[in-house]
Design a binder for this molecule. Sequence first.
Ligand SMILES: Cc1cc2nc3c(=O)[nH]c(=O)nc-3n(C[C@H](O)[C@H](O)[C@H](O)COP(=O)(O)OP(=O)(O)OC[C@H]3O[C@@H](n4cnc5c(N)ncnc54)[C@H](O)[C@@H]3O)c2cc1C
Length: 428
Amino acid sequence: MADYIDSWYARGLGDDHHYPALAGAQDADVCVVGGGLAGLTTALELVERGRSVIVLEAHRVGWGASGRNGGFVSAGYACGMGAVVDRVGLDHARELYQLSVEAREAVRSRIERFGIPCGPVTPGILKASLAEDPADGMAREQAQLMERFGAARTLISAEQLRSVLATKRYGAGLLDEKAFHQHSLNFTRGIAAAVVAAGGRIAEQSPAVRFERDGTSHIVHTAAGSVRAGAVVLAASGYIGWLYPKLSAAIVPVATYVMTTPPLGDRLARTIKVPYGISDTRFCNDYYRPLSDTRLMWGGRVSSSQPSPERIGRMLHRDMLTVYPQLADVPVEVAWGGTMGYARHKMPLIGTFGDGIWYATAFGGHGMAQTSIGGAVIGRAIAEGDDRYKLFAPWGLAFAGGSFAKPIAQLVYWGHKARDAWRARAAA
Ligand SMILES: Cc1cc2nc3c(=O)[nH]c(=O)nc-3n(C[C@H](O)[C@H](O)[C@H](O)COP(=O)(O)OP(=O)(O)OC[C@H]3O[C@@H](n4cnc5c(N)ncnc54)[C@H](O)[C@@H]3O)c2cc1C
């Protein structure tokens, strides 16, 4: 079982407290499997409502996607709000959007309430269309978000963009001033500390390996112990493997990559004159942000494989130069990959099998805030009978390819890449 992988986040770890592994037979009201943000926020909601909770984490809290991502915290869902409206209609979509806004604000307020050292918390996420995209796309999206969800975005013209970003890559931008970016691993560890401060227990280096039913209880086994609980929450996301086949079959593990440069000093502000997190509109997009230590964090690509850090660094460096060729001489300081869980429909999997087994998982590339939705609705469903988790029922556990999930994900990625290339050629 592993410690944190090498990353900018792990190099900036606030504290290095280890939680002891599970030993012997333990009891709790709820056993949570997975110590990422989905599992930890669920545990937090439960302990704050007086339930006893044990979180089992295979490695260390935040070892998975939660501790190695781009750090962007925003409302909405990975599939886009248009797809949500198409599926369930506007009223239902509005309730879901509101949940995502509450989740974003829960992240912000927990940082303040628990004094989590994951700052600076930098406001602003800018989504930029590529120069070849139709010029009115962003304006349409801005109008639709306001009209349907009351969500304000600032439209930024190509000219304005070029005055703040030293690139001709983009056509227009939409700025979400309420979204923000921060240090994901320290945030996740801060939520773990809050769970323990409120009376919850966390066991690291304790992968769940087997489930047993004993009357109305579930027993979750690890190599060195077990937890008897009335309810179990599955939150292992892209790392679930075949732990729970009914759920595993609905999750596609999708790899994506991040790197950081060394400190760039004034050169960073000459290249990117705004403090925002920036991404483009493609599915396999670039996402990057200036860090307060004058490094540039650059993320991108989706794939089914996890190459070596050196190879990830080379790929992302090439991507960075397609946008900022003037950074050709800037080396990669550290590069890493992580795995996101996606459902086929790209909405989170939030629900129950109806026998005391619950799931809050598959948040895709939007989990920084949306894991707080999973935590809130599943935690409150177990503790208080809240039924808002049913808002996610229309999407369900769609079969995601089983053993073929990875090759299918790779084919979908190649399909997206080919479409992006075709779009660029058509516009040239
Ligand atoms: C490189 C990258 C960049 C991203 N960028 C962003 C971004 O900028 N903004 C955003 O909103 N989202 C982003 N995401 C997505 C976001 O990080 C995830 O959606 C979110 O962290 C998922 O949280 P989780 O708790 O569901 O899963 P994870 O954080 O992956 O946690 C799952 C945990 O379960 C544990 N586990 C697995 N099996 C077992 C077992 N048998 N027993 C016990 N524990 C087990 C794992 O060790 C892991 O720690 C990114 C993801 C990646 C990988």
